[in-house]
Ligand binder design. Structure first.
Ligand SMILES: CC(C)(COP(=O)(O)OP(=O)(O)OC[C@H]1O[C@@H](n2cnc3c(N)ncnc32)[C@H](O)[C@@H]1OP(=O)(O)O)[C@@H](O)C(=O)NCCC(=O)NCCS
Length: 209
């Protein structure tokens, strides 16, 4: 999706930036991990396939992707953006007949960054972005049955079980964003500021000189 190609979302602990080609080598390194392949139900790709995937995620109208940066590291301009990367978050519009329905995926890939509230903040920010900017009113998430951390996190956001697939060993959780849920999500988000990614990147580079 091109809607977020120059969008930076700043939260309290994380900064979300559009997924671009500079991020692919680190992303590819993450996805070589069998643990992450299992947790995210992903197949390993070659580096070339990963670049193609990044391009399609950027261009296809049914996918919106951000890379998650650790804000504490990002605030130090001497740390490269690649070294601030800790994960990614995606919205997929899964039903062409219903643009208000989206599948959500979140990954805090760096094990040392997990369990510190980043995943929760990323999920909250992306859901608010989807509600406000993409008109999403119905979220679904598919999670491996043994991924207790992720299941617990989404249930805390109010998701409930829609179905279980024994074949894929995964559960599908869902949340309808009615007016009450929408109000709660937007009101309870502690801080989120939307900025132009290109300008923020330039001022970070200028600060380093
Ligand atoms: C699932 C994931 C996104 C959670 O992000 P995180 O930054 O580690 O989690 P947070 O610190 O924000 O905690 C969010 C919630 O997860 C649960 N959680 C986190 N760590 C946990 C642990 N060690 N044990 C049990 N539950 C845990 C809690 O419910 C927590 O909420 P709380 O802090 O209010 O108790 C992250 O662990 C991850 O990306 N894992 C690998 C990939 C994956 O599983 N993706 C999900 C597929 S949809």
């Amino acid at each position: 999706m091109r809607i977020n190609q120059d969008t930076l979302l700043e939260g309290e602990k994380v900064v979300l930036v559009p997924y671009n080609a500079d991020h692919v080598p680190r992303y590819h390194q993450w996805m070589a991990s069998p643990e992450l392949q299992k947790l995210t139900a992903s197949e390993p790709l070659s580096l070339e396939q990963e670049y193609d995937m990044q391009k399609s995620w950027r261009e296809d109208d049914d996918k919106c992707t951000f890379i998650v940066l650790d804000k504490q590291r990002w605030e130090d301009p001497s740390v490269s953006e690649e070294d601030c990367m800790v994960g990614d978050v995606n919205i997929f519009l899964t039903d062409p007949a219903d643009p208000t329905l989206a599948e959500l995926e979140v990954m805090i890939a760096e094990p040392s960054s997990r369990g510190k509230g980043l995943g929760k903040e990323v999920t909250h920010m992306m859901m608010c972005y989807g509600i406000q900017n993409l008109g999403i009113r119905n979220y679904e998430v598919k999670i491996g049955l043994d991924n207790e951390v992720s299941i617990a996190m989404f249930k805390k956001f109010g998701f409930h079980e829609l179905s279980v697939s024994e074949v894929f060993q995964e559960t599908t959780l869902g949340l309808i964003v009615d007016e009450k849920v929408q109000r709660e999500f937007l009101e309870n988000l502690p801080f989120m500021q939307e900025r132009e990614y290109g300008k923020a990147k330039d001022s970070r580079q200028a600060a380093e000189l």
